[in-house]
Design a protein around this ligand. Sequence first.
Ligand SMILES: Cc1cc2nc3c(=O)[nH]c(=O)nc-3n(C[C@H](O)[C@H](O)[C@H](O)COP(=O)(O)OP(=O)(O)OC[C@H]3O[C@@H](n4cnc5c(N)ncnc54)[C@H](O)[C@@H]3O)c2cc1C
Length: 475
Amino acid sequence: MKYDLIVVGSGPSSVFLGYELIKLGSKKKVLIIEQGKKVEERICPIEKIGKCVKCKPTCDITTGFSGAGAFSDGKLSLYNEEDDDIYVGGDLHKYIGIEKTKRLIDYTDKVYLDFGADPKIEGTEYKEEVKKIYNKAKKADINLINIPIRHLGTEKSHELYARLEKYLLDNGIEIMFQTTVCDLIIENNEIKGVKIKASKDLEKEVELAEIYAENVVLAVGRKGANWLSDVCEKNGIETRTGCVDIGVRYELPDEVMKDINKYMYEGKFIARLGLFRDKVRTFCQNPSGFVSSEVYDENINLVNGHSYKEKKSTNTNLAILVSHNFTYPFNKPIDYGRNVAKNLNELGAGNVVVQRLGDIYRGKRTWEEELARNSVKPTLKSAVPGDITYALGYRTMTDILEFIRGLDKVVEGFANPDNLLYGPEIKFYSNKVLINVNFETNIKNLYCIGDGGGMTRGLMMASCSGVQMARILES
Ligand SMILES: Cc1cc2nc3c(=O)[nH]c(=O)nc-3n(C[C@H](O)[C@H](O)[C@H](O)COP(=O)(O)OP(=O)(O)OC[C@H]3O[C@@H](n4cnc5c(N)ncnc54)[C@H](O)[C@@H]3O)c2cc1C
């Protein structure tokens, strides 16, 4: 079997690569190889049975057509025309420039609209009110970034990506589902193809099949970050050590967050407070949302959050993340993050752990009966009450608590003792794969896009990186 192009992974970066190739009238024979299932077959049993059963061979939340996008909240971060920088979504603009990135966002946003996204944009209506919150935050030494957002909603994201899946398949893109790329075939510093096996055999030693291609694009997302790091090391693909973001999912009443939710939908706060001055930020805010869990390699259970367009809770959840960079002699951010996650998972008998903020201040764990009496009811029912502080490092924990205290000056009630912290929330980025302006690695015709290689962080930018990749391949 020989293709013009193989794309590894079918997350938003890959989906938009396929879409743009079709739009450009490409004659390339294209194969997308995806570890998980078709989007319409992706079902997480947690809603029915109330707990994560660590589905084998892969987790439907993180794998399958549209990758992490399918169960995401579907917040598409746009930009302010007057901004002279791109503040969210990673580093795409560093490769192609700010103006080009803005035009790419316009184009990609239009495709999302064509496939059924809500025309409403959040965060543009209440300029005066946002300015007041911005000023209040400044006084607390906290920066507020307000970016317009298009909110798809989890159930609508699913439907939208199903339409895109049909569009790709109807237009001749081949997709091989439930198949895992295990290795690359590289000869004389040039990519020749990939080695695969059925995902059902993931834990078995089986002979790998080979598929050949002129070009290979790695679009493996955060799910594939660990694999990507290993494959780069093994094959001499140049990387630079990246960082890992470690923190918690924070859940509090909508009532406390009502102004932020109404005026911005998502408030992106960033600060370097307290002893360590580490960068701490809020991320992925979900008004009236639900805390969720997802399973990564080696059964690591991480927390996340999302919200639906129609089904609503009375809580808002958001991530509070601390960036961790290491230097010498230890410089393995992924390993560090995995160790934190494994320790915390063990404390929760394999599950996400939840703790009341007030209990952390009192230096004690949270017990089940205390959680039952708590005014903030957890939306992730499978989370086990316990003690997060046993597993998150002193530095990380101090950073998070300082940040919560700081934000309480901006949002009254942000540090209420009944608010809940869930852990571990970890954003793994592989070591940053070194690519040129054409997204090509040091291996000829081997490219890397999306979140996996560390270029993007989020749906919109991952999607844009796919569009740009298609244009590069067709130029
Ligand atoms: C619960 C949740 C909520 C989120 N909410 C938002 C949000 O509101 N806004 C936002 O901007 N972002 C959000 N995100 C992040 C967003 O989903 C990602 O940034 C985006 O999906 C990245 O796209 P990608 O194409 O780079 O990778 P991914 O979407 O991660 O897709 C990678 C794909 O590659 C496959 N793969 C990996 N390794 C292999 C291999 N070896 N062989 C074959 N296939 C492989 C995986 O199965 C996966 O399907 C959320 C994520 C989650 C999990």
